[in-house]
Design a binder for this molecule. Structure first.
Ligand SMILES: Cc1cc2nc3c(=O)[nH]c(=O)nc-3n(C[C@H](O)[C@H](O)[C@H](O)COP(=O)(O)OP(=O)(O)OC[C@H]3O[C@@H](n4cnc5c(N)ncnc54)[C@H](O)[C@@H]3O)c2cc1C
Length: 400
């Protein structure tokens, strides 16, 4: 048997899970020198991005949500992390990938899992007053410091457009922020502070999610504006202007910008007309213009098509299905396991404070089974918090 090469671009949630599952199942072929699995990632540290939502309130620490990437991946897998692992060009016809250091990697099977990133050019004025928990740990820690030092005032949480990964996270952040200013800072709502939630769509999540979320904001006294389409941020007057001509004043603006895929994918000319990497919604194989044009190429996780929701829960399910399909491909078994759209978004009603125990629910649904009515519970909050601690050794190592 000639040696087969599996190349994985991006060692985040998807890349790590697929590498760990495939290398475990195919350990004999790797030991016999018949299979080689390589991951490229531009960063040698792995971050659990979901934890960024908790960092500003001291509910998680940087140590909780970071790990050396190498420590998460099976020793059976070749890893090139840091500058040498940064992909600059993907050539699907030649089956080649180039990196910043000038190396060229050939493959028989390719997994593109380079995630997505904030588009800071999408809104005039955004870069001049940019506070967020959506980019990286440094920005998130800066936001923590700003909140700690803020005497009082109006905080606006602005989501500029879609898509964003985990569209539930801005809303979770709003509930956690409200608990924080009331129970940690001791602000009196209405007199010391107001929180405003600006959202580009009519609903936040599926209808059942939106119903509870809307009620939660109302009960908390958080101002809730939907279908808000910002056109400009004016940092000198501290104002946001909308397409409808509304002007919103703020003292602290927290922004979740619209996202885009890694620049290398755009430069490689492999994105679709909506700007994302196209794939078949069931097989997750690269699929431009309606055909499985490159059966040996998988597109998985946040870098996938705009119509597939970008969440860590979805990424986990997609990674499991893709690992099995890669194993089938390598064995020459003509079976494709479908991804049925399993995804979800944690709903946070409240956090643990001196006066409450916290309530949450891990809401999930699929392409064909809409989210059913649910009730956030104290156990749900406990489980959601615990998940951040078991994430590294169970989910990322491909054990669940
Ligand atoms: C603030 C926030 C809160 C969230 N909360 C939740 C939540 O509560 N629940 C939930 O389910 N999901 C949540 N998510 C979403 C979840 O984190 C993502 O859906 C998940 O990480 C996607 O996995 P991925 O592997 O596709 O991308 P990532 O995990 O982002 O991995 C992409 C990898 O590609 C690498 N890369 C990028 N460009 C290149 C390049 N040119 N060359 C080489 N490597 C490259 C990156 O370094 C990265 O390691 C949240 C996201 C954010 C930002």
């Amino acid at each position: 048997m000639s040696k087969k090469k599996v190349l994985i671009l991006g060692g985040g949630a998807v890349g790590a899970i697929v590498a760990n599952k495939v290398s475990r199942e195919m350990r004999r072929e790797i030991a016999r020198g018949e299979l080689d699995i390589t991951i490229l990632d531009k960063n040698a540290t792995s971050y659990n991005q979901g934890g960024y939502t908790f960092i500003p309130f001291g509910l998680l620490t940087p140590e909780d949500i970071t790990r050396p990437r190498r420590s998460l991946i099976s020793p059976r897998v070749n890893c090139v992390f840091g500058r040498d692992g940064e992909v600059t060009m993907v050539n699907l016809d030649q089956r080649e990938v180039k990196t910043v250091g000038g190396e060229t990697y050939a493959y028989d099977y390719l997994l593109i899992a380079t995630g997505c990133q904030c588009d800071l050019d999408a809104l005039p004025g955004l870069k001049e007053d940019f506070n967020t928990f959506y980019t990286n740990l440094d920005d998130t820690l800066k936001l923590k410091e700003r909140l700690e030092n803020m005497p009082k005032g109006r905080i606006v949480i602005l989501t500029t457009g879609m898509p964003v990964p985990c569209p539930g996270a801005p809303g979770k952040f709003a509930a956690l922020l409200d608990d924080y200013v009331k129970s940690v800072k001791g602000w009196k709502p209405g007199t010391d502070s107001t929180i405003t939630f600006l959202w580009p769509l009519p609903l936040v999540g599926p209808p059942e999610y939106n119903k509870l979320f809307t009620r939660n904001l109302k009960e908390r006294g958080i101002e809730d504006r939907r279908e808000f389409k910002p056109t400009e941020i004016n940092p000198s007057s501290r104002q946001i202007v909308s397409a409808a001509g509304e002007i919103i004043d703020y003292d602290l603006l927290i922004t979740i910008p619209v996202h885009k895929p890694a620049q290398a994918m755009v430069d490689s000319g492999i994105t679709d007309e909506k700007g994302w990497l196209p794939s078949d919604k069931y097989s997750l194989r690269y699929n431009n213009k309606g055909a499985e044009s490159y059966r040996e190429v998988y597109v998985v996780g946040d870098t996938g098509p705009v119509d597939i929701l970008k969440t860590g829960i979805g990424a986990h399910y997609q990674a499991s299905v893709t690992a099995q399909n890669l194993i089938n491909d390598l064995h020459g078994t003509p079976v494709t396991v479908p991804y049925r759209g399993e995804t979800g978004c944690p709903f946070v009603q409240s956090s643990y404070t001196t006066s409450q125990r916290g309530k949450a629910h891990i809401a999930t649904w699929t392409y064909d089974n809409p989210l059913k009515p649910f009730k956030p519970t104290e156990l749900g909050w406990f489980f959601y918090r615990m998940y951040y601690y078991i994430y590294w050794d169970t989910a990322i190592k491909g054990l669940m």
